[in-house]
Design a protein around this ligand. Structure first.
Ligand code: FMN
Length: 400
C-alpha cells in the first residue's frame, strides 16, 4: 500500500521532513507482480545531508568485521562454479568464501546457505545479480539476427539456440528470503538495486556491498547505502560488474580502481587478476582490505565448473583471454576459443537474453567435453597452477 509507506519511514526516521518522507516513499519500488519500474536512485540530499541513517555506513566497524579474517583472501562469487564446499573450504582456511546466488532459484539459494552452514561456522556471505533493464523490444531485431547467426554453431552440437527471454534472476524473491532468513553479508553485482532492498537487508543486520568498476559507480553505491565496495578491475574473469549493460567496460586495473575509490572511506575488496601472494600484497598496499580471487579457484576440486573448463585452464592450450559479450550480452572475460572467434562483436547488449540464447550450445558443448563451444570464463592471469584444492590455493596466496 503506497499510502502506508510514508508513515512507517517517517516513524523510523524522524529527521526527515514530510516532503522527504513522501519523496523516499515514492522512490521505493512498486510491489505489484509483473510490473517493473526501473531502478530509482536516491536524490543527493537524501543520500548525504538529510538522512545519513538511510545511506551512510552504519556501525561500520561492526558491519565490516567480516573482513577481519586471518587471511585477507576471499573466494569471489562465481555463478556456475561456486559451491558451498568451495566457499566453506576457503572460510575454514582463514579466508572468506562468497556464495553465488546468480542463476539459482530461491530454493536452491536457500539450500546452498544451509549446506554452507553445515560445513563452517564462518561468516555467511552471498552475492546477487541486480535486476537489469529489459531491452528485448528495443533490440529484438538484433537478437533475431544473433539467433540466426549462432544457429549454425548450435547445429554442430545437435541443438537449437534458446529463447532470448528476459528475467530478473528472481531478485525480489531472493531479497525477500534473505530478509526473512538473514545472512551476514550480501553483495550485489551488475549495478544498482532499488534502495529499499539495501534498506531492508540492513534493517535485519546484514552488511551490504556493491561491485564497482569506477569511481563514478562507487559514488552511486555510496548513495545507495553501501557498507563496503568490491573494486573489480579489467583483469577479472567472468562478467564485468559494469553498472550499465550497454557501457563499454573501462580498462582500469583492480589496483587502479582501488586507488580511485580508497578515499571514499568505505572498506574495499579488490578483485581481478590475483595469481600470487605478491598480487595480494600490491592490492592491500593500494588500499584494499582483502583480495577476491576467482579464476584460481575455478579449477579446484571443490568448484563445479565443467571438467572441460577446468582442463582448459590448466592445460596451457588456450593462450589468450578476451572481453566479449558473445555468450551473454554482457561483457565478460573468457579464454579465446572457436565460439569467441566466430561470434565476438556480434551480440547485442541484451542481458540475460543472450545468455539464454546461447545456453543450449554451452550446455551441449560441456556435456560433450568440447571446450570450443563453452564460455571458458577466465581472468587475465588465466593460467591456473594445476589442480589444487581450495585450501592449497589460499595457502599459496596467504601473506608470508
Ligand atoms: C566463472 C566465473 C563466474 C563469476 N560469477 C560471478 C558472480 O556470480 N557474481 C559476481 O559478482 N562476480 C562473478 N564473477 C567475477 C568474480 O567475482 C571476480 O570479480 C573475478 O573472478 C576476479 O578476477 P579473477 O578471476 O582474475 O580472480 C565470476 C567470475 C568467474 C571467473
Amino acid at each position: 500500500m503506497l499510502a502506508a509507506r510514508p508513515t512507517s519511514i517517517g516513524t523510523r526516521h524522524p529527521e526527515l521532513t514530510r516532503r522527504e518522507v513522501r519523496q523516499f516513499a515514492l522512490l521505493r519500488p512498486r510491489v505489484e507482480p509483473g510490473v517493473r519500474t526501473g531502478v530509482p536512485q536516491l536524490p543527493y540530499f537524501l543520500t548525504r545531508r538529510r538522512c545519513p541513517s538511510l545511506v551512510e555506513p552504519r556501525d561500520s566497524l561492526v558491519r565490516v568485521s567480516f573482513l577481519e579474517r586471518p587471511n585477507p583472501i576471499i573466494a569471489a562469487p562465481m555463478a556456475g562454479a561456486t559451491t558451498p564446499a568451495l566457499a566453506a573450504a576457503v572460510s575454514n582456511a582463514g579466508g572468506l568464501g562468497f556464495l553465488a546466488a546468480g542463476y539459482l532459484s530461491v530454493d536452491s539459494m536457500a539450500d546452498e546457505v544451509t549446506a554452507y552452514r553445515a560445513l563452517t561456522d564462518a561468516t555467511v556471505a552471498i552475492n546477487l545479480f541486480t535486476p537489469q533493464t529489459d531491452r528485448s523490444l528495443e533490440l529484438g531485431p538484433r537478437l533475431d539476427d544473433y539467433q540466426t547467426e549462432v544457429a549454425l554453431t548450435a547445429a554442430k552440437y545437435g541443438v537449437s539456440p534458446g529463447d532470448p527471454s528476459f528475467d530478473d534472476d528472481t531478485f525480489d524473491g531472493k531479497v525477500d528470503w534473505l530478509v526473512e532468513n538473514p545472512v551476514d553479508v550480501v553483495s550485489f553485482t551488475f549495478g544498482p538495486v532499488p534502495p529499499a532492498a539495501v534498506f531492508r537487508l540492513q534493517e535485519v543486520g546484514t552488511t551490504v556491498g556493491f561491485t564497482v568498476t569506477s569511481e563514478h559507480e562507487a559514488l552511486q553505491a555510496v548513495g545507495l547505502g553501501a557498507d563496503f565496495l568490491v573494486a573489480q578491475g579489467c583483469e577479472a574473469g567472468g562478467h564485468r560488474g559494469t553498472w550499465h549493460v550497454s557501457d563499454q567496460p573501462n580498462t582500469l586495473s583492480a589496483r587502479e580502481v582501488v586507488a580511485a575509490i580508497a578515499g571514499i572511506g568505505l572498506p574495499v575488496i579488490a578483485a581481478g587478476g590475483v595469481g600470487s601472494a605478491a598480487d595480494v600484497h600490491a592490492l592491500l598496499d593500494a588500499g584494499a582490505s582483502a583480495a577476491a580471487v576467482g579464476t584460481l579457484f575455478l579449477a579446484c576440486d571443490e568448484s563445479k565448473a565443467p571438467a572441460a573448463h577446468k582442463a582448459a585452464l590448466t592445460s596451457g592450450s588456450f593462450t589468450s583471454a578476451a572481453v566479449t559479450r558473445a555468450f551473454s550480452g554482457r561483457y565478460a572475460r573468457a579464454l579465446v576459443n572457436d565460439f569467441v572467434r566466430a561470434h565476438d562483436g556480434r551480440a547485442p547488449s541484451a542481458y540475460p537474453n543472450v545468455h539464454h540464447l546461447t545456453r543450449p550450445i554451452r550446455t551441449a558443448a560441456a556435456a560433450a567435453g568440447d571446450p570450443q563451444g563453452m564460455a571458458l570464463w577466465a581472468g587475465s592471469g588465466h593460467a591456473a597452477p594445476g589442480r589444487l584444492t581450495a585450501p592449497e590455493v589460499v595457502a599459496r596466496l596467504a601473506m608470508m
